[in-house]
Design a protein around this ligand. Structure first.
Ligand code: KIV
Ligand code: ZN
Length: 388
């Protein structure tokens, strides 16, 4: 039977950390309601101790959401955990996400500490959090660069202390997919109580590998992916929600499913982009403006014969506008005839041969040829025909 991959959305926490993407309380609430409707399983609403505004937003979201687990971030610090618990108090379903850096980079440079001391702090943080809820997630920050043997000790200890989800973040986006997959597999094979918790992938995109690493993680046995709409997040961003959802859907042979309503992916992407005032790159997978545009002659000809030649996803499956045949100097006769036909001009092969030469003259002088350019060509062509 297919296995569920829990989608943990952190658009409102890691995504909101992007410079310029800061949201006010009303915006956060609106997006939280939309994300619940999209079908995310867990929504990280914010970092309550970071500011009174964020506390209020998390509190309000906790009041409003009914199905989705509402999560608040904290450091492995008692006060952080207490404040997160207070913000989450009204939630129907709540989770405290607490943790600490476990790589030697973090242990030495950030905490001037030792592996033993960090292990004890991790255990203590989970115990504090368990005083407020049974649903506690522990993050081993910079797990991507943490020695696997030590990481396994930490994971075992926090599960024994009561963590029900353990997040294995590749905080710096350092791992290659096979390394991240091996890390998850190592934990599954070497942590005796690993079956008592869900392992979670939280990957950053510094080398453009966040999505690939998350998929490698679930193939190796993790069952939760932490991700954001449009891949927003600290520095180069986080794993993109729309990408992992569609990879899981497209590759059914992997044996996974999610609870996300894929038809809402494009509307959700636009909503986040507009609210955060952060444009989506046009070539972004699934939700970019060009994700379903065809502009080269070879592709257009194949696509017009059968869409499956150049599209693995139908745009309506992800709530995108219909596929576009874009006219540029690289386009071919089939595309030109198709666009003329859409404008009500059904030309024969000879007409198209002539018009194509005219089209190329225009196309070489501009980036794209638009309907109004085509209409001008038709007028000039028909004028010529009458004169003859
Ligand atoms: O990237 C990271 O390690 C994080 C943690 C706080 C979960 O965002
Ligand atoms: Zn992160």
């Amino acid at each position: 039977m297919d296995q569920k991959i829990f989608i943990f959305d952190t658009t409102l926490r890691d995504g909101e950390q992007v410079p310029g993407c800061k949201l006010n309380k009303k915006e956060k609430i609106e997006l939280a309601l939309e994300l619940e409707a999209l079908g995310v399983d867990i929504l990280e609403a914010g970092f309550p101790i970071s500011s009174p505004g964020d506390f209020d937003a998390v509190h309000e979201i906790a009041t409003l959401l009914k199905k989705t687990v509402v999560c608040g971030l904290s450091r492995a610090v008692q006060k952080d955990i207490e404040v997160a618990a207070a913000a989450l108090k009204p939630a129907a379903r709540k989770r405290i996400h607490t943790g600490i850096g476990t790589s030697d980079f973090h242990i030495k440079a950030k905490f001037n500490s030792t592996r033993e001391e960090i292990l004890q702090r991790a255990i203590q943080a989970v115990k504090w959090a368990r005083n407020f809820t049974d649903d506690v997630e522990f993050y081993a920050e910079d797990a991507g660069r943490t020695d696997n043997e030590y990481l396994a000790r930490v994971v075992e200890a926090v599960i024994a202390a009561g963590a029900t989800t353990v997040n294995i973040p590749d905080t710096t986006g350092y791992c290659l997919p096979y390394q991240y997959g091996e890390k998850i597999a190592y934990l599954i094979n070497n942590v005796p109580n690993v079956d008592k918790a869900v392992l979670s992938c939280h990957c950053h995109n510094d080398l453009g590998l966040a999505t690939a690493n998350s998929i490698a993680g679930i193939i190796a046995g993790a069952r939760q992916i932490e991700c954001t709409i449009n891949g927003l997040g600290e520095r180069a961003g986080n794993t993109s929600l729309e990408e992992v959802v569609m990879i899981i859907k497209q590759h059914g042979h992997l044996g996974f499913f999610t609870g996300i309503n894929a038809k809402e992916l494009n509307p959700m992407s636009r909503k986040v982009s507009d609210t955060m005032r952060m444009p989506v790159q046009p070539n972004k997978a699934i939700v970019g403006a060009n994700a379903f545009s065809h502009s080269s002659g070879i592709h257009q000809d194949g696509f017009l014969k059968d869409t499956t030649t150049y599209e693995i996803i139908a745009p309506e499956e992800v709530g995108a506008d219909s596929s576009k045949i874009v006219l540029t100097a690289r386009s071919g006769r089939s595309a030109l005839a198709y666009r003329f036909k859409n404008l009500g001009h059904d030309f024969n092969r000879n007409d198209i041969d002539f018009l194509y030469e005219e089209f190329l003259k225009v196309a070489d002088t501009q980036k794209e040829v638009y309907d109004e350019d085509l209409e001008k060509m038709v007028k000039a062509y028909q004028g010529k025909a009458i004169a003859v």
